[in-house]
Write a protein of this length. Sequence first.
Lengths: 121, 721
Amino acid sequence: MSLKLLIADDEPNIVVSLEFMMKREGYEVLVARDGRQALEAIRRERPQLVLLDAMMPGMSGFDVCEAVRADEQVRDTRILMLTAKGRDTDVARGVGVGADAYMTKPFSTRDLMQKVREMLA
Amino acid sequence: MKVDRHLVLSMLAPGAALAAWLALGGVLLRMTLDPGQRAAVDAVLGPLVPSHGMLPVLWWLTAAALAAWVTSRLYEAHVAAPARLADATEMLIGDATAPDLVPQGGAATRDLIEAINGLAGARRSLQEDMARLVAEASRGVAEQRDQLGALMAELNQSVVACNLDGRILLYNERSRQLFRRLSRAPQGAAGAELIGLGRSIYGVIDPAMIAHALETVERRIARGGGATTVSARFVTGTPAGHLLRVSMAPVRPAASDGPALTGFVLLLDDITDEYQAHSRRDLQLLELTEASRASFASMQAALDMLDYSDLDAEERDRFHKVVRDEVSAMSARLAALAASTSQDLMTRWPLQEMLGADLLAAAARRIEADTGQPVASDDVDGTLWLSIDSFALIQALAFLASRLVEAFDRPDLRIRLTRAGNRAHLDLIWAGEDARAETLTGWQTGAMQVGDTRSPLSVRDVVERHGGEVWFERDRACELYFFRFLLPVATGEPVDSSRGGSRPEYYDFDLFAASEGSRAPDDRLLGEIAYTVFDTETTGLDPVQGDEILQIGATRIVNGKLLRGECLDQLVDPQRNIPEASIQIHGIRSEMVRGQPTIAEALPAFHAFASDTVLVGHNVAFDMRFLKFKEAVSGVRFDQPVLDTLLLSSVVHPNEASHSLDAIAARLGVTVSGRHTALGDALATAEVFLKLLPLLRQQNIFTLGQAREAAQESYYARLRY
């Protein structure tokens, strides 16, 4: 069966490309437009990997990450934070709340793909 | 002439003694004779008594007179003269300026008198020397104080000096302005409820902050830091939400090098705006960075997708659209940011506010001095205040003018200042000849040199320092050429530091030793108490019947000095109509109180203004009734001691018929101006009160308690209450 992957980002312009790319790689792709949707999708669909944007309206990526790690059902979900917050304090926070990896925007899609493959291996 | 009993007695004594001596001799002689011989002597002498009896008496009398005369001379020389000498010397002891003793008496006495005169003279010159030294010293101190006062007044930074209790001994005009901004009270108090001589700095700055800073300073002193390294810095918020950057320097007694402090000096900066500007800029920067990252990420991903060779047209369009979207979003963001920050980025250089006309006059003088060439400045907007570095700007103008004079052989120079939107145009104009563009550009960008003085700056540097611009313009029609400086206009109300009249009292170093806190309130000396002297104007006489306060005026007396600079002058909206009859008295009409604070807002400000002081008013019971009646609505209680100049006047002059403010003022020689405004009356009352204090002392009334007691017992008090 194909691996399930959730893209949670409120920027449609990045979602377009990520979704296209991940689908080409053969993953089953789900999309969430904000933090709340993302958390619901994770609980409902149990994706193996979440590409999580830190800055979303309402519930931020950090909040989602915390909630996921606190929820026994889904706490093993792999989380890759993709974010424009590039200060080292932000990276520290992302890792602190339980992200498995942290990539600062902008990034090359090749690096991203590689990371995704590693994390799902 | 007064008869000296001692002299008479001493003159009679020798005669009496001689008589007694002769009589005793006669008696003894008789006792040696036997009765027969006695009878024979009696028989011989008896018949001689009527004829020759007067002879021995006269003989004795002559001797007695002679002796009396000798005694009187001796008395004069040895008793009366020394006594006079003693009296005169006593007088000299009491009064050094008394005349010298008149030489008299014998040679020895004269020598003595001369010696005394010499001693007195020496003492007199010693005293004169002392007086001269004291006068010189106090003149020196007064001069230093005046210089300090002048320096403080001109200083561009807020300075407040306090004693260890946090009482303010000195502050300057800048800090007055700062505190006006910090004040949350209605306009009429103008920060005077926060800053004032003798007030506590703790009203503005948290005592714990001060204590902590003092500790730091003491620690550094103990470690042996120099004067510059021991000061402490901190940032604190005020109750009104301002951020103050405070630098504290200790005041140490110069004589001893021990660590003991006598007070501290605070340098205050209101960094609220600066801090907000910084925060705003930081936030903008952060937002821009993050938004750009997001945009770049979207573009990069889309471009990466476009690299796939097998995309169909629709997919290709989609990714192109992403890139176009993000590019236009970024452009829009940058444009918005540039618009919002151009004002902030304008300048970091400290600029001062200056009347444009003053700048031009100074520049014209400088150019004339440098080039010997007259400069006309006919077209000057006299209302323009500029925000400039006047020294550098004048230097730039003088430099350009001297270049022009060199290049064009005495051109006709003019300077002009006009408003251009929210900036100003300052033009240096010459008529006649055009110049090559390269030359003019060179002048603007090269280092400035006028005469022998070479500046590291160029004209362009100076202009950039102002966040302005400079360029060269031609008005070919009029054959006019000019350099145009685009300069910032001062925002807000310019600070007018050239107030006329005498400088208000901003310092009182006698407060260093002030210790009134250690006495029970009633035992405090009248001369050492801080007073708030106040007056109110009202719509009528009875607060219970709905009459209201219309105006509160108050001033302060600290350490026996009237502080005219620390006043409260507040109109109050009575929220009712103002009876025509009362307007006759106070002249306050309803349109004047419109928009003014209500009594519920005004009284807390007055309460803060009067905190830690004794209230003084004329017929103050009237005003106090209004204040008491408003306690509930304003939430402040005036429970400090109160003194009434009407009652005190009746204590001092119990027999005078009138104790109206005008009558007392006339009696005590106080000229009253601005009667029947609250502040005018308060100032008059304060002056009257100060004149009453020495008169009270003459009646042995020294303390607050004694004054209150005497006032209670006065005739007027019994009559009226």
